[in-house]
Design a protein around this ligand. Structure first.
Ligand code: NDP
Ligand code: MG
Length: 385
């Protein structure tokens, strides 16, 4: 039986790599739904190649174009974020890959879980914003969430066969990003172009900037807490610049298991989409000829303050990670528009966290208003920067 997929965000970095995986396994995987936000030409090309049952273009102004191009085919075309939430419920969808970016992943993920669909989750922000709500619903509905993020996939792979053995701690690896080793004096001068050049990974803009500030690792610490039901002191971060060890798990006996591979997202994407099987792969594989030294260092939390801010948001709980996430999205986009400097990213996030209204046990409505308020506050602050 083929697994029929809905790929939310098929035109992005994860979405396009997921389609490469699907192409390698036409006997195992099939495309039922594709969604994009504004990249109509790519969505049209993907639809013509994979012949899904339905596509959704988020931006209404692009609808006519997609509709006309796909009119000769037997493909339903919808538009708007409500449609993205609705298509995940289709009977013919067996699994939903959430490869949307930022806050936009939360509601479609909740809808898919409610409909009992297994989730392959790339969109870490969903668990950062509302990890408690999402994981509680998944437990109630008996829905599995398979991590796509490489570190969490690594932890998940290390846990295979260890169901009854308690985890002492997990160790998430970080590449350190393009500015590893730089201190304040150098970081004040870094540019958008430099920040977008990640040494090991080729990813979407948002996650690339988050990697440069180490906010990505902060988001991943929170993501790991919810995915693996861990306490804050059970999650460590170590910098491993070669990005070959994708993360580790330490058990009660002191044994540490690590998962290794090239920094290529197609491996964790495939593992999530085809779990529990490990299917053959034609993509390049790691060999010890390529990398003779693995090194490790402590993350520099003083100069890369976003990581500490994320630990603080996690410690405070409630809607604080949601506030931090909204502020980060606003700050990253302002940095990409060259309206603020690199070091103003943590500054803006910190001020938002200090000033926003705290809610201890938020509902989905609370998260929505928190997100709106934090974005408005962050946008207002931008004007003063
Ligand atoms: P991209 O920016 O490359 O792609 C995002 C996708 O979501 C695109 O298809 C885009 O459509 C769509 N999209 C953007 N905004 C909206 C919106 N408001 N509503 C609906 N759809 C939207 O992101 P990535 O693929 O890099 O990342 C996706 C997620 O995966 C992120 O959460 C990221 O942190 C995570 N991740 C990514 C990794 C990577 O290697 N890229 C690694 C690990 C995690 P369009 O193209 O039409 O604008
Ligand atoms: Mg990651």
């Amino acid at each position: 039986m083929k697994r029929r997929l809905a790929i939310l965000g098929s035109t992005g970095s994860i979405g396009t790599q997921a389609l490469e995986v699907v192409k390698q396994h036409p006997d195992k995987l099939d495309i039922e739904v594709l969604t994009a936000h504004s990249n109509a030409p790519l969505l049209i090309r993907q639809a013509m190649e994979f012949m899904p049952n339905a596509v959704v273009i988020g931006k209404e102004s692009m609808y006519e174009r997609v509709f006309e191009a796909l009119d000769p085919y037997d493909i339903k075309v919808f538009h708007g974020s409500d449609s993205i939430e609705q298509v995940v419920e289709m009977d013919t969808v067996d699994m939903v890959l959430v490869a949307l970016v930022g806050w936009s992943g939360l509601k479609p993920t909740l809808r898919a879980i409610n409909a009992g669909k297994p989730i392959a989750l790339a969109n870490k922000e969903t668990l950062v914003v509302a990890g408690e709500l999402v994981t509680k619903l998944a437990r109630e509905k008996g829905v599995n969430i398979y991590p796509v993020d490489s570190e969490h996939s690594a932890v998940f792979q290390c846990l295979a066969g260890e169901f009854h053995n308690p985890v002492e701690k997990i160790i998430l690896t970080a590449s350190g990003g393009p500015f590893r080793g730089m201190k304040h004096d150098e970081l004040v001068k870094v540019t958008r172009e430099q920040a977008l050049k990640h040494p090991n990974w080729n990813m979407g803009c948002k996650v690339t900037i988050d990697s440069a500030t180490l906010m990505n690792k902060g988001l991943e610490v929170i993501e790991a807490k919810w995915l693996f039901n861990l306490q804050m002191n059970q999650i460590e971060v170590v910098v491993h610049p070669q990005s070959i060890i994708h993360s580790m798990v330490q058990f009660a006996d002191g044994s540490i298991k690590a998962q290794m591979g090239l920094p290529d997202m197609r491996l964790p994407i495939q593992y999530a989409l085809t779990y529990p099987q490990r299917l053959p792969s034609q993509f390049p594989k790691f060999s010890f000829d390529q990398c003779l030294q693995f090194t490790f260092e402590k993350p520099d939390k003083e100069n890369f303050r976003c990581l500490s801010l994320a630990y603080e948001a996690m410690r405070l709980g409630g809607n604080m990670p949601c506030i931090m996430n909204a502020a980060d999205e606003v700050a990253v986009h302002a940095f990409l528009r060259e309206e603020i400097t690199f070091l103003q990213i943590p500054e803006l996030i910190e001020q938002c966290m200090a000033n926003a209204g705290f809610v201890g046990n938020p509902t989905l409505n609370d998260y929505e208003s928190t997100d709106n308020e934090a974005r408005a506050f962050a946008t207002e602050l931008l004007r003063k920067f």
